[in-house]
Design a protein around this ligand. Structure first.
Ligand code: CP
Ligand code: NVA
Length: 305
């Protein structure tokens, strides 16, 4: 499988076999069964938004592979003073072997990729968070032994980056994905993205507005913050409109007994998830966070190696 030089902007661009290959590589690298090297290679990491996990896991991942990562806060680069995305991409490509970017608008990362001569990895935009979903799928494989045939239910804001990537990735690998959200345009599924996802989906992507009904027989219960980065002005409205979609013990009780709870983090206890669920036995959120490191090492090794 040769993925050298490719961008990683959305899982829509990767075939099922390629995703499975990357997940298998990540699991083997985590177990120490396979070693990869990016010795003397550099990764530029462009951040327009805050991050804990993404920044640290990419930076540590490059160190572990023998390379180097450069943290670039957009506000202290010339991009913040009006240099174009295209000029930045062409300039960085003369120095580094890969560019990782966390940007507000997905169209900006597409622009970056258009001009870059090295692989561009999406570390979150408004539309997708593919690296998170790779770590999530890896975690589900570790916990459940498979993805095909499982029922994954995503609670809350199903119109944004995390639901989009979850639906694309998990359905492509054969899981049924349920969006459990209010029947309001802000939170329901992005039909354009889902139309593309369904073209290659093996599992079903569906919507259920009844929070209790949605959880029935679920293998995986997942959620994300109700107020994503960049949505702070709508905070009060969002908390009010999403309040019936909290993942709590009543929801978990409807799911299968061995269901797992997942969250990309950061979490807001008492909002999208109750403390007893995220801190309880069914929660795998820190394995999920750890797997960001392993999944991204596999992606970087393949694309930049
Ligand atoms: N899940 C995730 O991307 O976390 P950070 O925002 O901390 O990077
Ligand atoms: N939907 C969240 C994910 C954070 C990792 C956000 O965009 O802020």
């Amino acid at each position: 499988m040769d993925m050298k030089g490719r961008h990683f902007l959305t899982l829509l661009d990767y075939r099922k076999a390629e995703i499975e290959y990357l997940l298998d590589l990540a699991i083997r690298m985590k177990k120490g069964e396979e070693k990869r090297s990016l010795k003397n290679k550099s990764l530029a990491m462009l951040f327009q938004k805050a991050s804990t996990r993404t920044r640290v896991s990419f930076e540590v991942g490059m160190t572990q592979l023998g390379g180097h990562a450069l943290f670039m806060d957009m506000s202290t680069t010339q991009l913040g003073r009006g240099e174009t995305v295209g000029d930045t991409a062409q300039t960085l490509s003369r120095y580094v072997d890969g560019i990782m970017a966390r940007l507000y608008k997905h169209t900006d990362i597409e622009e970056l990729a258009k001009y870059a001569k090295v692989p561009v990895i999406n570390a979150l935009t408004d539309l997708y968070h593919p690296c998170q979903t790779m770590a999530d799928m890896m975690t589900v494989i570790e916990k459940k032994g498979k993805i095909a045939g499982l029922k994954v239910v995503f609670y809350g804001d199903c119109g944004f980056n995390m639901f989009n990537s979850t639906a694309i990735g998990f359905s492509k690998l054969g899981a049924d994905v349920v969006a459990c959200c209010p029947n309001l345009p802000n939170y329901t599924i992005n039909e354009k993205v889902m139309e593309r996802a369904r073209k290659e989906a093996i599992g079903k992507i569906s919507v259920e507005h009844d929070a209790m009904k949605a959880a029935k027989d679920a293998d995986v219960i997942m959620t994300d913050v109700w107020v994503s980065m960049g949505q702070d002005a709508e905070k009060a409205k969002r908390l009010q409109e999403l309040k019936d979609y909290q993942v709590n013990s009543k929801i978990m009780a409807q799911a299968k007994k061995d269901a797992i709870f997942m969250h990309c983090l950061p979490a807001h206890r008492g909002e999208e998830v109750s403390a007893d669920v995220i801190d309880g036995k069914q929660s795998v959120v820190f394995d999920e966070a750890e797997n960001r490191l392993h999944a991204q090492k596999a992606i970087m090794a393949e694309l930049m190696g």
